[in-house]
Design a protein around this ligand. Structure first.
Ligand code: 4NP
Length: 160
């Protein structure tokens, strides 16, 4: 099993959106039994909360399930447990590195996307722009999945 963890600051806007989008992609491609996905926040302010209503609205419109998403805080154990720890921005990367050594590959979601100058997913908690985040998250998750499929030789068994 390949384990992927998305990380943002509060775990209510960007990383739960990425978790839901990536899980949906895995299910559409028949890869959900080979890759697991979770998300966590650097901070603990929203632990136990559902995603922000802006994230929920975008996911609902796109027909992407958001059931069971609840905020939790990133812990040092996560860095051993997961294969990929995928940050939304540079600040998240600093927060992840502060927790210590990582067995996981730590990267930003947009690092794998070539045609972007800014590799950070802007924080919609402050910008209010959940549409922009959805577009970037979808692009980043698509590239991440391609990368993982190549890295682990996962073939698509079923197309959506
Ligand atoms: P997120 O957005 O990191 O995309 O979940 C934020 C949510 C909450 C806070 C900051 C960012 N906050 O400071 O409570």
């Amino acid at each position: 099993m390949i384990r992927v963890l998305f990380v943002c600051l509060g775990n209510i806007c960007r990383s739960p959106m990425a978790e839901a989008v990536f899980r949906h992609m895995l299910e559409e491609k028949g890869l959900a039994d080979q890759v697991t996905v979770d998300s966590a926040g650097i901070g603990g302010w929203h632990v136990g909360d559902p995603p922000h209503r802006g994230t929920l609205a975008v996911l609902a419109r796109e027909g992407i399930p958001a059931d069971g998403l609840r905020a939790r805080q990133l812990s040092p154990a996560d860095l051993d447990k997961f294969d990929y720890v995928v940050a939304m921005d540079e600040e998240n990367l600093t927060g992840i590195r502060r927790l210590g050594q990582s067995r996981a590959r730590v990267l930003r979601l947009l690092d794998l996307v070539d045609d972007l100058d800014d590799k950070n997913v802007p924080d919609p908690y402050y910008t209010g722009n959940f549409e922009q985040v959805y577009a970037l998250v979808t692009k980043g998750c698509g590239r991440l999945l391609e990368h993982i499929q190549q890295e682990y030789g996962l073939s698509v068994r079923r197309q959506a």
